[in-house]
Design a binder for this molecule. Structure first.
Ligand SMILES: NC(=O)c1ccc[n+]([C@@H]2O[C@H](COP(=O)([O-])OP(=O)(O)OC[C@H]3O[C@@H](n4cnc5c(N)ncnc54)[C@H](O)[C@@H]3O)[C@@H](O)[C@H]2O)c1
Length: 440
């Protein structure tokens, strides 16, 4: 269902009227399109403290490769990258304020503010305090900056391991990711031969691909060069065939809760196995716990969590996922924040986050496979179109960007996590929610 309010505020009379009434003014976000695949303009590179990322092959070299014009001063930057990895005490923390205070107003609409921080694993409690302080700073700036600008904190030690992440965040692909703290390990990464086709020669399986977010994920991975295997229930076979056909992929009509689902997926894969596994299929059966019969509890846990555990285990134990593979599961902000009427759904989605946290280190150590999750907020799909009008309208507006996300926003985030150069991103649950006020 279209967001008519966003369309209305995009017109001159709509803007005039809603301003006069003091109503929210969401900005139409700049998203990826084949005609406008990247931002153009200036990237303002600032720093606070003495950065360990400086050096000939350090952060400056990575930023220069994004295609933006990197400057130490800019009147109208499309993005600001503030390197705060060298913030170790109250005085260097004050440099964060001093650097950003004069420039926040000049950032272009739908632009980016990215703060780089150090990992929190220091024993120095002064450094730990001021590095943690960056989280409150970033989340607050995200809530107040407006004009469709997103604000993100990246914790890193190696700028090269963060290149795929910086490219994602410094592009229109990350339009609906804001208020997030993302940690990047120091993995060995190899740049793809072609950054526009990072998944060329790779195979991806997407569950729940007949419509909604899953369809967008399959399309985005195919755009990035992957051969896609699209899986959905037999009842959606017609839509599934149409999606797979359009993307030059294959359709696998299968209920993911079937006990032999893992074996049937393995049988349908090419002999060289799978590179990217996206657990997207999901259902809701909402009721408050007091009214929730077991018939509403079990299917939600089965589709959203048990089948994710079963198929992951089946593929990992049979070697169905190749070395360097990527698992991306779908959580939800409801699982992180809790939501009335969704004890079943939130339990299943919080469970996905638990699976990611526990499996990520071992999968990386044993198979070179990363395990992450996306946690969508309010995304415009058939699932949310079924939500009653008042709750739907609240869901759309209760975030820093004042609008719902689109399936493609979750898909782009999934594609970044699936990227061969994203090996340093592991065990993360990244919210795609426009910095929803729920569980923020
Ligand atoms: N839309 C949102 O706002 C939102 C928010 C948070 C999380 N999510 C999650 O994102 C994922 C996709 O959501 P969506 O909005 O696109 O939903 P959707 O209902 O539009 O699509 C879900 C797809 O999963 C398929 N599916 C369901 N059960 C299956 C099964 N047993 N086996 C195989 N396929 C099955 C459905 O047939 C459907 O095609 C879900 O995991 C959902 O929980 C969505």
């Amino acid at each position: 269902m279209a967001d008519r309010y966003l369309s209305f505020t995009g017109t001159a009379p709509g803007r005039f009227l809603t301003r006069r009434l003091g109503l929210p003014q969401p900005t139409a976000l700049h998203r990826w399109s084949a005609e406008h695949p990247s931002f153009t303009g200036e990237l303002l590179h600032l720093s606070a403290g003495k950065s360990p990322l400086d050096g000939p092959d350090g952060l400056a070299a990575v930023l220069a490769r994004t295609g933006l014009a990197v400057r130490a001063r800019s009147e109208r930057p499309v993005a600001v990258v503030l390197d705060a990895t060298g913030v170790t005490d109250i005085d260097t923390l004050a440099e964060v304020h001093a650097a950003l205070h004069p420039v926040v107003r000049s950032v272009a609409r739908s632009g980016r503010v990215i703060v780089l921080g150090a990992p929190l694993d220091t024993a120095d409690h002064h450094q730990a305090a001021v590095q943690q302080a960056l989280e409150g700073f970033v989340r607050s700036l995200g809530k107040e900056i407006g004009r469709g600008i997103t604000v993100t904190l990246l914790r890193l030690t190696d700028a090269n391991a963060a290149e795929s992440t910086l490219r994602f965040l410094l592009s229109p692909k990350s339009a609906y990711v804001s208020g997030q703290v993302i940690g990047i390990g120091g993995a060995e990464v190899t740049a793809p031969a072609d950054w526009a086709l990072p998944l060329a020669g790779r195979t991806a399986l997407v569950t729940g691909a007949a419509r909604g977010i899953g369809e967008a994920v399959a399309a985005t991975l195919a755009r990035d060069g992957a051969r896609v295997v699209c899986l959905d229930v037999p009842g959606a076979a017609v839509e599934l065939e149409s999606v797979a056909g359009r993307l030059g992929g294959t359709a696998l009509a299968l209920d993911i809760t079937a006990p032999d689902a893992g074996a049937r997926i393995l049988a349908a894969l090419p002999s060289d196995g799978l590179d990217v596994l996206v657990h997207n299929a999901g259902i809701t059966r909402d009721r408050r716990l007091v009214n929730m019969a077991a018939e509403r509890w079990s299917p939600v846990l089965d589709v959203n969590l048990a089948s994710v555990l079963r198929t992951t285990d089946a593929l990992l134990s049979a070697g169905g996922l190749r070395t360097g593979g990527r698992i991306v599961a779908t959580a939800s902000i409801a699982g992180l924040a809790g939501n009335a009427g969704q004890t079943n759904y939130a339990a299943s989605k919080a469970g996905v986050a638990g699976l990611v946290r526990a499996l990520a280190p071992t999968a990386a150590a044993e198979h070179g496979i990363t395990v992450n999750a996306v946690a969508p907020g309010f995304i415009e799909t058939k699932m949310t179109a079924a939500v009653p009008l008042f709750i739907r309208e609240a869901g759309r507006r209760m975030n820093s960007l004042g609008q719902g996300g689109l399936p493609v926003d979750v898909a782009e985030t999934t594609a970044w996590l699936a990227h061969p150069a994203s090996g340093g991103v592991n065990g993360q649950v990244v919210r795609v929610c426009g910095q929803s006020l729920l569980g923020a």
